[in-house]
Ligand binder design. Structure first.
Ligand SMILES: NC(=O)c1ccc[n+]([C@@H]2O[C@H](COP(=O)([O-])OP(=O)(O)OC[C@H]3O[C@@H](n4cnc5c(N)ncnc54)[C@H](OP(=O)(O)O)[C@@H]3O)[C@@H](O)[C@H]2O)c1
Length: 305
């Protein structure tokens, strides 16, 4: 056992299920905070909250070893006024609330990880962005990240170590971006997207879970930490590896104008595909963390397999 109690706020989504499965055999209990009730599974139980105000759920934070906050409306939507407002509030409001709840605890969690996003850095095709020299970009998505992290750091939690975990695109079998890309490849649409030169900073879901455990065991680590594999690839390389893994010899490229039309039709934004996210995990590497999936080909082989 590495811990007594882990709490996952927004834990009934994709990353929450990855982390709950990882920690279930390693902890006495895993508690998920969700707006929807769910049946317990072994030592994983769901406690309902509204993510707006304090309630009986606050008790769950007492004596927890780690709280990981995963709350946030999915960004895979059109950025109209209503969605923009929900994207921001679904991140800022639960973060502020959790900060207040921690501050009121008699025995607060030792560690609070707020999963944020590696998209906080600027569009970068020239050099990788690390935690020290990386440049913060501008635009809606970056405003979201800034407000999310501001709310996190503003919370006064002197007895709780805090990490803003700037997450890259998570590759996993069941959910996230990978199943959608794999379907495109299987339909022969797996060529480069846009000019294909934009970088993709990815991370395998198993390494996400291992990194949270590493943070739990390394009290010297706090503040913002990039959660991406050390080898970012270009979009053209990503699509080539996916085609190889799916044994698909051809893949039609999708130029930017076609992506704009497609994004409008399926209700998403091209920024999710066309922004160049070239991010490097300098602090994790410097702390001695060893990635299980360092190379994209190994990660893709694993999730396709
Ligand atoms: N997956 C990735 O590749 C990736 C990459 C970078 C960053 N992230 C960030 O990591 C976090 C988790 O991602 P995910 O892939 O697990 O997303 P997900 O499957 O959509 O889960 C997000 C969770 O957020 C909760 N939520 C949504 N709106 C909320 C609101 N208004 N108030 C409170 N809770 C709300 C939902 O919980 P309930 O409905 O159960 O209450 C849901 O389970 C998100 O903030 C996401 O932006 C993910």
């Amino acid at each position: 056992m590495i811990a007594n109690k882990i709490v996952l706020a927004g834990g009934n989504g994709y990353l929450g299920s990855v982390l709950a499965e990882y920690y279930s055999p390693r902890c006495v209990e895993v508690v998920l905070l969700s707006r929807r009730p769910a049946l317990p599974r072994g030592n994983i139980r769901t406690v309902v909250w509204d993510a707006l105000r304090e309630g009986p759920w606050v008790q769950e934070l007492e004596h927890a070893d780690m709280l990981i906050n995963l709350c946030g409306k999915n960004v895979n939507c059109r950025y109209n006024e209503k969605n923009r407002s929900e994207i921001v509030s679904s991140r800022v409001v639960p973060t502020t609330l959790l900060g207040r709840a921690i501050a009121a605890c008699a025995a607060p969690p030792a560690l609070w990880i707020n999963v944020t996003s590696a998209t906080i850095y600027r569009h970068a095709e020239d050099r990788p962005q690390d935690e020290e020299t990386g440049e913060i970009g501008s635009g809606f998505s970056i405003d979201v990240c800034n407000r999310w992290e501001e709310a996190f750091y503003a919370a006064p939690t002197p007895a709780t170590r805090k990490v803003a975990l700037r997450m890259g695109i998570v590759l996993g079998r069941r959910d996230g971006v990978f199943p959608r890309l794999r379907n495109m490849v299987r339909f022969g649409l797996g060529g480069k997207q846009g000019n294909g030169r934009q970088y993709v900073s990815w991370i395998h879901e198993h390494d996400v879970a291992r990194i949270t455990e590493w943070l739990l065991q390394h009290p010297e680590l706090q503040g913002h930490i990039n959660c991406v594999a050390p080898s970012a690839v270009t979009n053209a390389e990503l699509m080539r590896h996916l085609r190889q893994a799916c044994k698909m010899p051809i893949g039609l490229p999708a130029p930017a104008w076609l992506l704009e039309i497609g994004a409008l039709l399926i209700g998403t934004e091209t920024e999710l595909i066309l922004k160049s996210r070239w991010v490097t995990p300098k602090r994790l590497l410097g702390s001695g963390f060893k990635f299980r999936f360092e190379k994209l080909e190994d990660a893709v082989r694993d999730v396709v397999g």
